[in-house]
Design a protein around this ligand. Structure first.
Ligand SMILES: *[C@@H]1O[C@H](CO)[C@@H](O)[C@H](O)[C@H]1NC(C)=O
Ligand SMILES: *[C@@H]1O[C@H](CO)[C@@H](O)[C@H](O)[C@H]1NC(C)=O
Ligand SMILES: *[C@@H]1O[C@H](CO)[C@@H](O)[C@H](O)[C@H]1NC(C)=O
Length: 441
C-alpha cells in the first residue's frame, strides 16, 4: 500500500502504540493471575520443586515484572530465565537437564543439611546462582525466620516469674532444665552431650530422646504443629532453662530452638552456630554451651544461677526490664525486626517473595550481561560435624559419612550437569558406587 511519508509515519506510530498499550493492558489484566503460555513476554521464573503451592502469577518487583510458575511445561518457554529449587525437595534423577547456559538456578533452603547432605559440598553449591539460606552472606538471608516482631521477645504473655519457677521446682518436682527433642541421632550429636549433662543436673526430657517425662496427652498427639502452641509455650515457660541444641552446626544456622525459650522467658542453653550471640536481645540472654569446658562445668554454672536470683534475672532482662525501650538493647536485632514488612502474615512467605524478586531483578541484569553470580561456601557453610564432648570429628557419627558421601554425590552431579546428562536414580547410585570416598570426595 502506497502512502505519503507523513501519513505513513502516523499509521506506523498509531499501530505500534496500540500494540504497546494493548500489551500493557494485557499484562495489567493478568497481574497476579495465570497467563496463557504464549502471551508471556516477561522473564519466566520456574519453581522446579513444588513449593509455593500457587498458580502461575505475574508479579511486580520494583520497576520490573516476572512471571512465576511451578508448571514444568515452562522449562521450554523462550522467556525462561531462572529455575528455583527448595533444598529438601531436590531429586537427582529429575533435574531440568540439559541446562541451557543462560538459565540460572536458585536455591532456597532454611534447613540444616539433614535432608540434603550434598549441600555441604561447595561443588554442589556452585551449581546455583542465587541463594536464600540462613547464612548472613546468602543473597536473601533467612536468619530471623522464626521471629515475627519485638513483641515476641518482650511480651510477657507466657512469662513465669522467678519465684514461681522456684516454687514449681520445690513443690512440683520440676527440674531446672527442659529438654524436648524427637530427632535423637543428629550430626551435632546433641544427645551424647545432654546425656552426660544429666549426670550433673536434673533435666526433664519430654521428647523421644533421653525421655524421662510424659508430655501432656494433647501435645503428644501432634508434636510438630504444637511447637508454637500456647500449651507448649506455657510448658516451656515454667522452666528456668531450656536446652537449645541445633541438629547440625552451620554458620548462622539458628532456629526456633533459640527463639522459643527467649519468647517465653526461659533461658536458652544453646549449642549451634557461634554467631547466635549476634542476635540475642541483650548481651546476656542465653548461655553458650561452648563457653564451658564440658557438661560438668556447665552444670555447675547452671546450678549457681538457680540459686542466685539477681544473676538469673540478668539473663531475662528482655522480659523484666522496667523500661520497655531497654528490653532489647542489641541494635542489630532491633534493626532487623523493625525493617520487617508489617502486614505480611507469614514471615517465611515474606522471605520467599524477597528471594523471588531478587531473582527477577537479576534476570534483567543478565540481559545486559552485567554480573555473574555463583553460590559458594559462605552462602551455606556446614563443616564436618564434631563431637561436642571432644570437639573432634568422630568417625562413629553416622553423619560424618553422610556428609562425605554428600560430597561424592555433588561431584557426580556436577559432572552430569556439565555433560548434559540426566539419569535415573539407579544409574546414579551405580556410578556413585565407583567413587572411593576417602580418595575421590
Ligand atoms: C501447564 O502449562 C501448560 C501450558 O500453559 C498448560 O497446558 C497445562 O495445563 C499446565 N498444567 C497445569 C497442571 O496447570
Ligand atoms: C548442553 O546442552 C545445551 C542445550 O541443549 C547445549 O547448548 C550445550 O552445547 C550442551 N553442552 C554439552 C557439553 O553437550
Ligand atoms: C550460573 O551458574 C552456572 C554454574 O555455576 C554458571 O556456569 C553460570 O555462568 C552462572 N550464570 C550467571 C549469570 O552468573
Amino acid at each position: 500500500m502506497a502512502c505519503y511519508l507523513r501519513k505513513c509515519l502516523w499509521v506506523t506510530l498509531a499501530a505500534s502504540s496500540i500494540f504497546i498499550i494493548s500489551q500493557f493492558w494485557l499484562m495489567r489484566i493478568y497481574e497476579g493471575y495465570e497467563i496463557p503460555f504464549e502471551d508471556i513476554k516477561v522473564p519466566v521464573i520456574l519453581w522446579w520443586t513444588p513449593f509455593t503451592g500457587n498458580q502461575g502469577r505475574l508479579e511486580h518487583c520494583g520497576q520490573v515484572k516476572c512471571y512465576f510458575t511451578q508448571n514444568r511445561t515452562f522449562v521450554s518457554h523462550n522467556f525462561l530465565s531462572s529455575i528455583l529449587f527448595y533444598g529438601s525437595n531436590i531429586e537427582f534423577d529429575e533435574l531440568p537437564l540439559p541446562r541451557r547456559g543462560s538459565i540460572d538456578w536458585g536455591l532456597l533452603h532454611e534447613e540444616s543439611p539433614r535432608n540434603i547432605p550434598m549441600l555441604t559440598s561447595e561443588t554442589a553449591l556452585a551449581l546455583f546462582n542465587h541463594s536464600a539460606t540462613f547464612s548472613r552472606f546468602s543473597d536473601v538471608p533467612l536468619t530471623l525466620v522464626d521471629l515475627d516482631s519485638e513483641e515476641d521477645l518482650i511480651g510477657t504473655k507466657y512469662f513465669v516469674p522467678l519465684e514461681e519457677k522456684s516454687k514449681l521446682i520445690r513443690e512440683k518436682g520440676l527440674a531446672p532444665l527442659l529438654y524436648i527433642q524427637s530427632d535423637c541421632n543428629t550430626a551435632s550429636m546433641r544427645d551424647s552431650y545432654v546425656k552426660e549433662l544429666m549426670e550433673y543436673i536434673s533435666i526433664d526430657s519430654y521428647g523421644a530422646c533421653l525421655n524421662n517425662k510424659k508430655l501432656p496427652e494433647r501435645l503428644r498427639l501432634d508434636h510438630v504443629s504444637s511447637l508454637r502452641d500456647s500449651e507448649f509455650l506455657s510448658l516451656t515457660a515454667q522452666y528456668k532453662f531450656t536446652l537449645a541444641f541445633e541438629n547440625a552446626v552451620c554458620d548462622d544456622y539458628i532456629t526456633e530452638k533459640l527463639w522459643r525459650p527467649l519468647m517465653v522467658g526461659s533461658i536458652p542453653v544453646y549449642y549451634g552456630s557461634q554467631s547466635f550471640k549476634d542476635w540475642l536481645p541483650n548481651k546476656n540472654s542465653a548461655i553458650s554451651v561452648r563457653d564451658f569446658a564440658g557438661p560438668k562445668e556447665l552444670a555447675n554454672f547452671l546450678l549457681l544461677l538457680t540459686t542466685d536470683e539477681s544473676r538469673y534475672s540478668e539473663y531475662i532482662s528482655h522480659k523484666i526490664s522496667r523500661n520497655l525501650n531497654e528490653r532489647i538493647t542489641n541494635p542489630r536485632l532491633r534493626n532487623a525486626l523493625s525493617n520487617r514488612e508489617k502486614d505480611v502474615p507469614n514471615e517465611f512467605g515474606n522471605y520467599v517473595r524477597s528471594f523471588e524478586c531478587l531473582v527477577c531483578q537479576r534476570s534483567f541484569d543478565k540481559l545486559e550481561k552485567r554480573n555473574s553470580y555463583i553460590v559458594n561456601k559462605v552462602h551455606y557453610n556446614c563443616p564436618l560435624p564434631v563431637n561436642p564432648l571432644t570437639n573432634t570429628v568422630d568417625k562413629s557419627n553416622f553423619w560424618v559419612d553422610e556428609f562425605i558421601i554428600g560430597r561424592c554425590k555433588a561431584k557426580l552431579l556436577a559432572q552430569l550437569v556439565l555433560r548434559n546428562i540426566s539419569i535415573d536414580r539407579q544409574s546414579f547410585d551405580e556410578q556413585l558406587s565407583t567413587f572411593d570416598p576417602e580418595r575421590d570426595c
